[in-house]
Design a protein around this ligand. Structure first.
Ligand code: SF4
Length: 334
């Protein structure tokens, strides 16, 4: 059995406190108790496992979660999501303690934009304004002019004067989709998400044969071949809202499977079918998001570790483009 002090010593290596959790504990009750005792707010991304979504104070996509983090009065923000999201909460609330259940919960898209190559890319395109999707490291945010999410990216691009050249990073699929939507000829960074690139257009076609009434709904991080098949394209929260208002009874959902939990809660009479990946794996589940578990969540709230720690100058530099995003979103009521 690992002692608490041993687990703390190995925390950065393991990503979380590897102490045993009493199997007789009701973790839902414990997490709710800890939230009250510590004045903590639990923010969970739609791609978290259903148990974590069920115990969260707020469930949302990147934009909604950033907005919640920016306005919370809680002393502790517990972020059930991936590292760049918890980092964003820390940037917005530097005086608060921000906890992430597993520090190793990363993101293939954020990893596809390493800082130094990105800096050189920016330098190679002088005079360009850099709009970066929120799925990037704090260092890349600090090298950007405006941050965006899939909920507000189009609006943000439309606020930029037409003669102003733009770099869009790091997601090439979302970038290509936005070029089509806005008619802006942006320079794209060549990054992508391992989950949204994996959907098989061929298997979706076969599913459509078996479910002819089903509508295909897709996240804009998907490849163009999948987006072309979609009846509706939108951010995770836009997909959820669409299924709540739309009249169809069946949907093939091309995004991370975690969102199906909220779709089923909100529209219990409808059927939601996860779009299949192009191989036999469960690759439409984000392996980074799913590193967080209820046990790790409980442990991080009980012992207030692992905590997101960041350099102050980096926080200040990364904050400016996020503030620009929040200001534009507020202006357009997004
Ligand atoms: S689903 Fe893709 S973009 Fe989202 S956290 Fe996972 S790897 Fe990153």
């Amino acid at each position: 059995m690992t002692t608490l002090s041993e687990a703390k010593k190995d925390l950065r290596k393991n990503g979380y406190l590897t102490v045993d959790v009493d199997p007789t504990l009701d973790l839902f009750t414990e997490i709710n108790r800890l939230k009250k005792e510590k004045n903590a707010i639990l923010l969970a991304h739609y791609y978290q496992e259903p148990d974590i979504q069920d115990v969260a104070d707020f469930i949302g996509d990147s934009l909604g979660l950033s907005q919640q983090a920016a306005k919370t009065k809680a002393d502790i923000i517990v972020f059930a999501g991936v590292h760049f999201m918890a980092e964003t909460a820390k940037i917005l609330c530097p005086d608060k303690k921000v906890l992430l259940p597993d520090l190793h919960a990363g993101c293939s898209l954020a990893d596809s934009a390493p800082t130094e190559p990105f800096r050189k890319f920016r330098e190679a395109h002088p005079g360009h304004i850099v709009i970066s999707y929120i799925n990037c490291s704090a260092e890349v945010k600090a090298l950007s002019d405006i941050i965006c999410t899939s909920s507000n990216a189009q609006k943000i691009i439309e606020t930029i004067p037409e003669d102003q050249p733009i770099i869009f990073a790091p997601d090439k699929n979302l970038g290509a989709y936005l070029i089509k939507k806005t008619g802006r000829n942006m320079v794209l960074w060549n990054g992508s998400c391992q989950v949204h690139e994996i959907f098989s257009a061929e298997k979706i076609t076969k599913l459509k044969v078996r479910h002819p009434q089903a509508k295909v709904i897709a996240h804009p991080e998907c490849e163009e071949v999948v987006l072309k098949m979609a009846d509706f394209i939108g951010s995770t929260s836009a997909l959820l809202k669409y299924t709540m208002k739309d009249e169809a009874k069946e949907y093939i959902v091309a995004t991370e499977t975690g969102i199906l939990h909220q779709m089923e809660i909100n529209s219990p009479e409808k059927t939601f079918i996860p779009a299949p990946p192009n191989n036999a794996c469960a690759c439409n589940n984000c392996p980074h998001m799913k590193l967080n578990t209820l046990e790790k969540l409980y442990l991080c709230m009980e012992y207030e570790e692992p905590e997101i720690l960041m350099d102050e100058q980096l926080i200040m530099a990364a904050r400016k483009p996020i503030d620009r995003m929040l200001e534009i979103s507020a202006r357009f009521g997004l």
